[in-house]
Structure formats: C-alpha cells, structure tokens
Design a protein around this ligand. Structure first.
Ligand code: PMP
Length: 382
C-alpha cells in the first residue's frame, strides 16, 4: 500500500521508536515518585520538555504536555476563556473541529463567537475584517498556522501585528506546521500554540499547548496537579520522550524534507491539472507535501475508495470529519465553493517514504479512474 495521507498522521520514525522503547521496557516508574527510579523518569520528562522548548525558542515552563492537538486546542479555548474571563472568541474560518466545537460550546454560554472570514484563495480576509478594538478587549483569537486540508500557510505574524495593543490573546494551531515550516513562538507573536507529535513522525497520544508566561490558563483536567497544576494526569514518559525526539528530528530535517516532497507534489499537481483537475488554493503559499484537488462531477469519496482498491491511501478531506454525517469540506465552503464542488475534494499528502515511481503509478491509476467514472452510474458522481 502506498501511504499518501501524511496530514492525517505519519508513520512512527524508527529512531523515535528506539528512543521510546527503554521507557516501555525498563524505566517504568512514576515521574512523580520520590525514589530514584521516579526521579530518573522526572529527568526524562524535563529533558524532553527542554528539547521541545529549544526548537520553539521558548522556556521549558511554557510547555504543557497534553494528549495531543485536540486536547491542547480545547485547553486553550476553555482555559483562556475561563482564565481571563474573555468576552468574545474569534476563530479563523478554517479551524479544525477541536477549535470550532469548543468555541461553539462557549458561544452557547455567555461568550460571543465570531468567525474571521475566509476568501477564495484559502487565506483569511484580514483586510475586510474590521478589528473593533472595544470588542476585542479581553477577547481570545485562534487561527491556525497551516491548514490540514489545503496546506495553506497563514500569516499569523500579520494577524498578531493587527491585534497588537488590542488586549486580545492570540493562539495558533501549529499541528500541521511543525517539520514543514519554521515554528518560532516569539517571531509569530502569539500567546499560545498547539502541537501534536503524530503529525511529525512521532507517537500518537501526545502533544502540547505552549503558552506565554503572561497567559492565565484555567486547568481543564484537575487532580494530581501535574504540569504545574495546568493539566493533571501521570505523565506518559515514553510518549513524551518520543515527542521530543520527533520534534527535534522534524526540525533538523525540515529543509531536506521539503527538498524531497516538493518536486513530487509539484509533478503530481502538474499532471493532475493536465488531466483537468481543479487544484484548491493553487496559487497560495502552501506547505510542500499537500495537494488538494477535485474533478468535476466525481465525488471525493469515490476516489478514496477507488484508489484504496488500487493500493493508495489518500483522503477526501479532513479525516477527523469522517465520524460525522457532513462530508463536504467546510474549509472549501469557507473559501466560497459550492457544496457540489467541495464534495469533489481529494487530499493527497506526501511524506518521506513517497517515491517518484509511486507518484507515477498513482497518476496511471487516476487516468484509469477518469475513464471508469465517466461510464459510471450517477451514484458515483456528485
Ligand atoms: N489541529 C489540526 C490542524 C489537525 O490537523 C489535527 C489532526 N487532525 C488536530 C488539530 C488534532 O490533533 P490530534 O490528532 O493530535 O488530536
């Protein structure tokens, strides 16, 4: 099977696995225990925290380990809303459900919920968005750094500049950014940032919310007082060690990764267009591994099934939305596409293991698919 769904998750880097293994096999003590075995575990956790902090250019105390990106996003939205008694919540039009859903939940209480509008090229319309400084006071804003579907890179620094002195607290979801573009907390000008290990060849089930030292976050999981009281629960030491190894390696190999995946993605995209595909956010700055496209009248899910039968794993949009009944990409709809067009979307996201032979074989299969779908009954079509 050719795996081309790296934005959904990446395989575990064998080097990361090797770093984690001793913590499953031999070092099993609780990092909160006072004996020497416990202290060894504490050292492993704190040294991992320091390694991640170095990559992001923050201080270790700014990192709160969570179970992944979803929890980090929830922790920010609930934690910052309750922590600073924010009055309104603004989120980008393309946010992941782990931002959108908590924001909507808060909106059902006393918070105002607003969306920063999207536009056709897949970016946020910061110019049309009139920042009302009185409304912004004490509000929180969350906008992702890289979109999981289109791969569009957002100008978070510009957003931070717009919000300067407005009394807002700005968060960015960098889950899809780490290892793909530089992620520097201070340079972005944010107050909080989300990370997840499994999108950069690390283990599933671990991530972090990185916060500025000024930010008050009300804990959402309470009990043992772990993570300085900001997120309770016995630390999963093997996952934390794997997270640090993955983040360090992803950053170290970032340029080589771009060098590997970009020509493959560009070739794929070029050929897809010559076959008549529409590439979404084509002319917008995007991460190097992602292509998001559709063919007129053919449902994205039909492609996923067809390509799966041909041994290629791709996605028809955000994998996270497959547990829900709504299938058309909300990201594309926020860009102004009609539902019919949004339903055609297929996402291919490449990684280290992708070869030119695999891309060529995929293109042959897509050509066969076009012939097949042109003769298909309407159920296969949009
Ligand atoms: N944010 C974005 C942009 C994502 O792509 C994902 C993963 N689909 C998440 C958050 C959630 O991360 P996790 O899977 O670690 O909970």
């Amino acid at each position: 099977m050719h795996y081309m769904d790296h934005n959904a998750t990446t395989p575990l880097d064998p080097n990361v696995w090797e770093a984690m293994l001793p913590y499953y096999q031999y070092y099993y003590a609780n990092a909160s225990s006072r004996h020497r075995l416990g202290m060894q575990q504490r050292d492993a956790v704190e040294s991992a925290r320091e390694r991640i902090a170095n990559v992001l250019r923050v201080e270790p105390v700014q990192i709160i380990f969570t179970s992944g990106g979803t929890e980090a996003n929830n922790l920010f939205l609930y934690g910052a809303s309750y922590g600073r008694m924010a009055k309104s919540i603004w989120v980008g039009a393309y946010e992941h459900p782990s931002i959108m859903e908590p924001a909507k939940t808060l909106a059902r209480k006393e918070w105002q919920f607003k969306v920063i509008p999207g536009q056709q090229d897949g970016t946020l319309d910061l110019d049309a968005w009139q920042i009302d400084k009185t409304l912004m006071k004490d509000s929180i804003v969350s906008a992702m750094l890289v979109n999981n579907e289109t791969g569009v890179i957002f100008d978070i620094k510009k957003l931070a500049e717009r919000l300067e002195n407005s009394g807002t607290c700005l968060h960015t979801d960098a889950t899809q950014a780490i290892g793909k573009i530089p992620v520097d907390f201070e340079a972005l000008g944010v107050d909080a940032l989300t990370l997840s290990a499994h999108k950069c060849y690390g283990p599933k089930g671990i991530g972090a919310l990185v916060v500025s030292k000024r930010l008050d976050i009300a804990p959402q999981i309470i009990g043992g007082g772990h993570e300085r009281g900001r997120r309770s629960g016995t630390e999963p030491v093997p996952l934390i060690v794997g997270f640090a190894e993955a983040v360090e390696r992803a950053e170290m190999q970032r340029e080589a990764w771009v060098h590997h995946v970009k020509p493959l993605r560009d070739k794929l995209e070029h050929e897809l267009k010559s076959l008549g595909a529409m590439v979404f956010a084509e002319n917008t700055e995007r991460v190097a591994n992602t292509t998001y496209f559709g063919f007129d009248g053919i449902h994205g899910d039909s492609w996923v099934i067809f390509l799966d039968e041909g041994e290629f794993a791709v996605s028809s949009g955000s994998a996270c939305s497959t547990h829900k009944s709504v299938n058309a990409s909300s990201v594309l709809q926020a860009m102004g596409y009609q539902r019919e067009r949004a339903e055609t979307a297929v996402r291919i996201s490449l990684g280290w293991a992708t070869t030119v032979d695999a891309v060529e074989a995929l293109l042959v299969l897509i050509k066969q698919g076009l012939t097949k779908f042109s003769k298909m009954p309407a159920m296969y079509l949009v």
